[in-house]
Write a protein that binds this ligand. Structure first.
Ligand code: CMX
Length: 446
């Protein structure tokens, strides 16, 4: 058994036993009540799901196994002379709950290199699609086309027992994560660089090699940015749409390929991951419309108000859970403050931070007027020459795979059942209220 699997097995078995006791003694205790508002309005704040790799606090932001983004940036292993964490180390942390040593992070890196070969039929499938197919469509289809190699599906077919699920899920997940940079870079090069592909560099780590295969920048800082990017987008607890979609599909015992492909489809929505392309599109349209990349504050305010008056949202702002500026935004801003000086788009992003929130606040309905992760990422990518914004969400997806697949392995190890919440019709809600009013009246009269 490999070292990560060994460590995971020890932790997972212990938690499985603990949870068994917890459910036996406290399974009937209520975690929260559900209001009609919550049922109609996207199930906000309903605590009804277990997710091990990370937890989101509305004010502090995301913590992976208890570590904030800032703590991870200083504590996770790095490549020699590296300035940002290796995503490999984050995966180890999400899987085991323990910060890895540098050797352990490198072990993950080497393991993924061994598993990185992509079967030819995946490239053939991509080549059958028009090159102007949205990169997220290509990405989801490529992930699904790898399902031919699913160990979980094969073993299930052969009758594997429940206690073996997590092992097969682990193998598929490791294989899938290992192949994602090659597939994602292939999609980028076929869509935007006439199919001039760049061979992987086996001496590089997972994030560095992805940056190398994208090939849009010779600046070594682009590799550094990729490591940061792939670390901060990896997970955002279980309730967000991409994580929840992956989790839901996995709960049917669909294998990791089906599950991640579903999660990527959820990420492709403009209210979720696609917001990173929408932000830059919106900023570039503004520059075009105003005829300047150094707009005045009044010009920025007018543009924001025009967007709102057209019934559109301001992309990159607001969040379903967060109520403060997103620490993932702040981390990217710190990166830019340190390494990127005087970039006009970065400057616009920073100025929007002061101008958008009061305007959103004045609407009187927006619960969080602050920027989220997507408000900053595109400006950094553009700085390093990656101008093709329809590709941006693929980068998010490569990173998100780390968290949702780690969570998937945990779900199988903890014996999570089929997810099946109860729905109601609007009519049934009205009937419920009528019955409740009648029962209350009866109680009062007696
Ligand atoms: N611009 C304009 N209006 C906004 C807004 C924004 N950035 N954020 C919220 N609102 C509006 C909502 O559309 C809603 O309006 P209606 O009542 O008329 O429908 C109202 O304010 C209340 O919404 P909320 O409770 O504050 O926010 P939700 O939890 O419903 O939605 C989110 C959260 C992210 C979908 C929303 O803030 C939004 O659309 N933001 C812009 C898109 C974006 O950046 N998405 C990326 C999120 C991060 C990620 O997943 O990657």
């Amino acid at each position: 058994m490999d070292i990560l699997k060994q460590k995971f097995a020890e932790k997972a078995l212990a938690l499985f036993q603990e949870n068994k006791e917890l459910l036996k003694n406290h399974g009937h205790v209520k975690l929260c009540d559900v209001t009609i508002d919550q049922a109609f309005k996207g199930m906000r704040d309903i605590k009804c799901m277990i997710w091990e790799p990370s937890e989101l606090d509305a004010n502090e932001g995301i913590r992976y196994r208890g570590y904030s983004i800032n703590q991870l940036r200083s504590s996770l292993p790095r490549v020699p002379n590296g300035k940002e964490p290796m995503p490999e180390g984050l995966f180890w942390l999400m899987m085991t709950g323990d910060l890895p040593t540098t050797e352990e992070a490198y072990w993950v890196s080497e393991e993924w290199k061994k598993r990185a070969d992509v079967p030819k039929h995946v490239f053939d499938m991509l080549e059958s699609m028009p090159t102007n197919t949205h990169p997220m469509t290509q990405f989801s289809m490529a992930i699904l086309s790898l399902q031919t190699d699913s160990i979980f599906a094969k073993k299930y077919d052969e009758g594997m027992g429940k206690d073996e699920y997590w092992d097969a899920y682990y193998e598929d997940s490791m294989n899938l994560i290992a192949k994602l940079p090659r597939i994602a870079a292939y999609i980028y090069r076929r869509s935007f660089h006439n199919g001039n592909h760049i061979a992987p560099n086996p001496s590089l780590d997972w994030g560095g090699n992805y940056a190398h295969m994208l090939g849009n920048s010779d600046d070594p800082m682009f590799q550094t940015l990729m490591r940061l990017y792939l670390t901060i987008h990896a997970d955002h607890e279980g309730g967000n749409a991409s994580a929840h979609a992956t989790h839901l599909v996995g709960s049917t015992l669909s294998d990791p390929y089906y599950s991640l492909s579903a999660g990527i489809n959820a990420l492709a929505g403009p209210l979720h991951g696609l917001a990173n392309q929408e932000v830059i599109k919106w900023i570039l349209e503004m520059i075009e419309e105003l005829g300047t990349n150094t707009p005045t504050n009044d010009e920025l305010s007018d543009y924001i108000n025009r967007t709102l008056s057209e019934g559109k949202v301001i992309p990159g702002y607001g969040h379903a859970v967060l109520r403060q500026p997103d620490p993932r935004y702040i981390a990217q801003r710190h990166f830019a403050e340190e390494y990127i000086k005087d970039d006009p788009i970065v400057n616009i992003v920073w100025r929007l931070f002061t101008i958008v929130p009061p305007i959103l606040q004045d609407l009187g309905k927006v619960k969080n007027p602050w920027p989220n992760v997507d408000a900053h990422s595109g400006a950094l990518l553009m700085h390093y020459g990656m101008n093709e914004f329809s590709y941006y969400t693929v980068l998010f997806g490569v990173s998100r795979a780390l968290g949702v697949l780690a969570a998937g392995i945990w779900s199988r190890a903890l014996g999570m059942p089929l997810e099946r919440p109860k729905s109601m019709t609007s009519k049934a809600v009205k009937k419920f209220l009528e019955d409740k009013a009648a029962a209350d009246a009866l109680k009062q009269s007696s």
